[in-house]
Design a protein around this ligand. Structure first.
Ligand code: ATP
Length: 307
């Protein structure tokens, strides 16, 4: 099936420096894709181009098969966008603001009332319809921001750092809402918060220094960088020097008298050398566990690879 978004050879230069270079991404028609990267990696630039807010220096974007540069109005009809700072009018009530955004998004007059009621119900806003936006909590303001992004039933919704500045309860609520919204359309979630991606996304695209450094499933991300430490338990654990003498071992961390963490370079076959050496020297190896990288480590290592 044709992806909902096809980004090809996308590059953008602000005055003298390139913010993104040769970005290629395809977004499937359902599920949440996480766009991950450190601050300044190029996420917002990519999102702004995708949402038609910024014209790229090079490359193309099609949305639902429509070329964004050739038919911007039609292409943008297919997208809902929640930028980092929601575009709210503080002096309007929730109803007034949502009607205003629905008209901007070309929702037909005859559909206006039902679109408004549906989106308020969806986002838990019905009971605060008449409240001024400026008097709402951060969590409710964000819900109004989400409501404006979906009121016209777009096939793709883009969220840029949607839980920024929210308290832990509000974060859980907004995440639940995003999950719910993604049940029937494609969602792109741009963030530098790894747990957010881990919780919500099936697929990840990671950008660093303006280039894609990883694009695959969450599971593949989890396994991407080979582990470089193992935890061992030995009844007669030797002094660190004896373990450091094994080729590839670079550091020993002594945890208890019998438990050690061995850091190594190279591949997993080093575990065999540890087993053999233990048998030869009577260290009485009881347990050996390869340690998995945490997602944070993978993120940090991918960030370093790009620099
Ligand atoms: N208007 C601008 N003029 C000049 N340079 C810019 C402009 N906007 C962004 N940049 C630069 O382009 C690069 C990418 O920025 P971008 O905002 O896309 O990154 P980001 O991944 O969204 O980061 P953040 O999470 O901090 O928003 C950065 O080096 C940034 O300094």
């Amino acid at each position: 099936m044709e992806p909902i978004v096809r980004i090809s050879g996308l590059s953008h230069r602000y005055s003298t420096s390139w913010a993104i270079r040769d970005i290629n991404i395809e977004i499937p028609r359902s599920g949440i894709v996480g766009l991950l990267g450190s601050n300044g990696a190029g996420k917002s630039t990519t999102m702004n181009i995708l949402c038609g807010v910024l014209t790229p220096t090079a490359g193309s974007v099609t949305i639902n098969g429509i070329d964004l540069s050739k038919e911007p109005e039609r292409a943008k009809q297919e997208i809902g966008f929640l930028p980092q700072t929601p575009p709210l009018y503080m002096d309007l009530t929730v109803d007034e603001y949502l009607v205003h955004t629905a008209i901007l998004r070309s929702v037909e007059k005859s559909q206006l009332k039902s679109a408004l009621e549906e989106v308020k119900e969806r986002c838990g806003l019905t009971h605060i319809s008449k409240r001024l936006i400026k008097n709402l909590s951060g969590g409710y303001k964000q819900r109004v921001g989400i409501a404006q992004a979906i009121i016209h039933h777009p096939k793709l919704v883009v969220f840029d750092e949607p839980t920024n500045g929210l308290d832990p309860n509000q974060i859980i609520e907004v995440r639940g809402l995003i999950k719910d919204i993604a049940a029937e359309r494609a969602v792109i979630l741009s963030t530098h918060i790894l747990t957010e991606v881990q919780y919500l996304c099936k697929d990840i695209v990671m950008i660093e220094s303006g280039r894609i450094v990883f694009a695959d499933t969450m599971e593949a991300f989890d396994n991407y960088i080979a582990p470089h430490s193992m935890l061992v338990v030995m009844e007669n654990a030797p002094p660190a020097e004896a373990l450091l003498a094994i080729e590839g071992v670079i550091r020993i961390e002594t945890l208890t008298e019998k438990q050690l963490r061995i850091y190594f370079n190279g591949d997993r076959s080093i575990s065999e050398a540890v087993v053999l050496e233990s048998a030869k020297r009577g260290w009485r190896l009881r347990e050996l566990n390869m340690e998995k990288n945490s997602l944070d480590e993978t993120f940090a290592q991918l960030s370093r690879i790009s620099n």
